[in-house]
Design a protein around this ligand. Sequence first.
Ligand SMILES: Cc1cc2nc3c(=O)[nH]c(=O)nc-3n(C[C@H](O)[C@H](O)[C@H](O)COP(=O)(O)O)c2cc1C
Length: 382
Amino acid sequence: MATSASAGIPACDPATFRHVVGHLASGVTLVTTRTAAGSFGMTASSVTSLSLSPPMMLACLNTTSTTCAAVVEAGAYAVNVLGQGQGHLAQQFATPSADKFTGVRVVEGALGLPVLADALARIECEVVEQVQAATHTVFLGRVLHAEAAPGSPLTYFRGGFGRFEFTRDDEVYQRARRQVLDRAYAPDAVLSLDDLAYTLDVDKPAAFYALTRLTADGLVRRDPDRGYVVVPFDTRTSDATFDARCAIELGVVDMVIGRVPADELAALRARFEAMAALLVGDRFVDFDGYLDANYAFHETLVALARSAPLTTAFAQLHIRSVMTRSFGATPVTSQRFIEAQRGITEGLERGDGAAARAAVHRYTELAKQRVRQILEQTGGRL
Ligand SMILES: Cc1cc2nc3c(=O)[nH]c(=O)nc-3n(C[C@H](O)[C@H](O)[C@H](O)COP(=O)(O)O)c2cc1C
């Protein structure tokens, strides 16, 4: 209903609303029910708790959906909250099909409704009221039975499925990462789940999350016999990483030289300037900031080739962890890194492939030498 406040303001158009409301992250559920004709179910994210006392849930179902008609007829519905690994079920139940329940483990719930055996949570409701609103029917349900299992939820944000992450877990991961980088664990040492949980004074799921992230960072690896092991860092690791980056960047220079659009050169220049501002004289102003800016510069450089395999190969180098474990050990560095990267930028800007290639080689050699110096200063292994 238009109020004086809304008078004269046109309604938000559906496309804009769809895009904007996609920013409201939600869980994902399957709303299921049963009638004499059989079992019905559909994926629904417009489901929410309504009141605690009495316990009530509401679900907004498109009135044209088969499941909506079945809920009207049954007078009851179950909300099955999907877990992190159940995105395929969300797809399956959002696609019209004669038997959506094929291959799904279903049991009979407390109200005799079909419920998912492996749901993260199940809430069974009796419909006490239904409201017709635009294209949807809003079902207000009295909760008669509710149960939950351990696990993490599937989430939905901007049209895609994802996973939920506790802020607390990220903080635990950051602490664990700092410990590995500060060499609190010997190279090649086994990092057990129990020990990590004990050392960080956190529960096992939080420690497991940290181990998983450390593995993705390349700081820890999963050994089939020994479990999680701290990846030793030595010049073989850094040489191999910097040589691989060099090979990728030389390839990119060859692929794009003389053909980079002006806006992409401008973007590369902007990345370079942002990075250069964080290395003043022979010191990092802010190492983490420099690391991010340096990564962004090289990522932008590789992206000039518009090659998904090259971009993926670059991402898999774990260059951040190599740099953190070496350059991150001391704020002292050299302005020559900036000069070499300026050489790459300007070589590309001028369409001078030989100059850009020479600068890539110079930058690689500087990086390899600097890691050797740092390793010498810190006793050989980081
Ligand atoms: C992530 C996701 C969330 C959805 N949420 C809803 C919802 O809350 N309400 C709705 O009516 N449809 C929703 N849908 C669409 C229905 O699942 C889809 O229209 C389904 O095919 C209806 O099935 P049925 O006609 O067999 O009952 C959603 C789909 C997806 C993928």
